[in-house]
Design a protein around this ligand. Structure first.
Ligand code: BEZ
Length: 395
């Protein structure tokens, strides 16, 4: 090759490298590329509606930033996890190994979350939990790269026991789906109810997502407790409330629940839900400018009313935006990125909340009642409630 041809070849290579960004420092290159966001949520099955609301809320928070994270464009990758724990590891790896996501947002079901947790701990990929309340994720299996923006399963029900006792219900039956979410919600209820002097006369359960409630409702009628407390959510919650009313129990034995019972389902449940009292970290009717503006913007964007799942998805977006802005989009600067998320105060439609040292929200729990297809807030049942984080080695 002549020296002139060599120079030309080298200049062409240089121009090519510059235009593809190969000569830029690694950080600048990373900041110039798109952030790869994986959404692992249920889009089918009894929790399908929950997955959609979370995605809507998440996208809304990002769209408020012009669709960018710390100045970088985003590319989304989606997997329907079907709320099936047996496919959880394979599904999480589709996003982590195949799609090489920078952040994995998911999921709803506690059993599926355990699969994500394993993949997150092994790969080190940032995992943001927008719903699933399984305690281990921010207790014994906590990790620096795992942050939850929702709750632990026992948080809402730790505020429920006293509510029943204050209303004179001294004997209660508990009923739920038998998996981590229901069992841990029971843990919170049992602790708070027995501490307040209540007696649990029977703990009833059926496998997730079974909705054959009839035999259990017949048993409740025979037991004649002062009240019933429960954990159900999504499509199964609608069926439970309707079957409870159809069995003639509504109006005779008051029904209470972890607040998911009445979230996102009030149009479908209709009058069967009226008067049901629940405890949760959100209420439709929170009378704050922040909640009003969120509800208005969500209704305009998605032509539906937001629920707690939409709020949690939105807050997941807010947290990620906060962290990404702090490092100007350089998500590889993990210490600074994670520190920013750890110390964030999230100005949420649910009220301001902070992150505990084990990466779980410290938040108010509200007492609500269903009226006219709305969860009306009656007051704060527990102020700035944090999870114990027991067994987490990060603290
Ligand atoms: C859970 O599996 O952790 C869960 C599902 C729906 C609502 C709340 C918790």
């Amino acid at each position: 090759m002549t020296s002139r041809r060599l120079v030309l070849t080298q200049s062409a290579a240089l121009i090519g490298a510059t235009s593809t960004g190969l000569l830029l420092p690694a950080i600048a290159r990373a900041q110039g590329s798109k952030v790869r966001v994986g959404l692992m949520l249920p889009y089918t099955g009894t929790y399908a509606q929950l997955g959609v609301a979370i995605e809507n809320g998440f996208r809304m928070a990002i769209d408020e930033q012009g669709g960018k994270l710390g100045g970088r464009e985003i590319e989304y990758f989606k997997v329907d996890d079907e709320s099936d724990p047996s496919k959880a590891i394979e599904n999480a790896n589709k996003l982590v190994q195949r799609d090489k996501v920078d952040v994995l947002v998911g999921t709803v079901h506690s059993g599926v979350q355990m699969g994500i947790q394993k993949v997150a701990r092994e790969s080190g990929v940032l995992s943001l939990i927008p719903n699933a309340g399984v305690e281990a994720a921010t207790r014994a299996l906590c990790a620096p790269n795992v942050f939850r923006t929702s709750f632990t399963n026992s948080q809402p029900t730790l505020a429920l026991g006293k509510v029943l006792m204050d209303r004179g219900h001294k004997k209660a039956v508990w009923i739920t789906w038998k998996y981590a979410a229901g069992d841990e919600a029971f843990g919170g209820f049992k602790e708070s109810y027995t501490k307040a002097g209540g007696t649990i006369v029977k703990e009833l359960g059926l496998p997730f997502p079974n909705v054959e409630f009839q035999a259990l409702l017949t048993e409740i009628a025979a037991l004649k407790p002062d009240a019933v407390a429960c954990f159900f959510a999504g499509g199964g919650a609608v069926k439970f409330m309707k079957d409870y009313a159809a069995a003639g129990l509504k109006g005779k034995i008051p029904l209470y629940g972890s607040g998911f019972l009445t979230e996102g389902v009030l149009d479908a449940a209709g009058p069967a839900a009226d008067g049901i009292m629940t405890t949760l970290h959100y209420s439709d009717s929170l009378n704050t400018p922040r909640n009003h503006s969120f509800r208005l913007a969500y209704a305009k964007a998605f032509r539906s009313q937001p629920d707690v799942y939409a709020v949690q998805g939105y807050d997941t977006g807010l947290l990620l935006v906060h962290g990404a802005n702090a490092v100007k989009g350089d998500l590889a600067s993990k210490p600074a990125f994670y520190k920013a998320m750890e110390t964030a105060t999230i100005d949420s439609p649910r009220g301001k909340w902070t992150m505990s040292k084990t990466h779980n929200p410290v938040q108010d729990i509200y007492l609500r009642v269903v009226e006219n297809r709305e969860n009306k807030v009656l007051g704060v049942a527990a102020k700035a409630l944090s999870d114990s984080g027991a067994g987490c080695k990060m603290v």
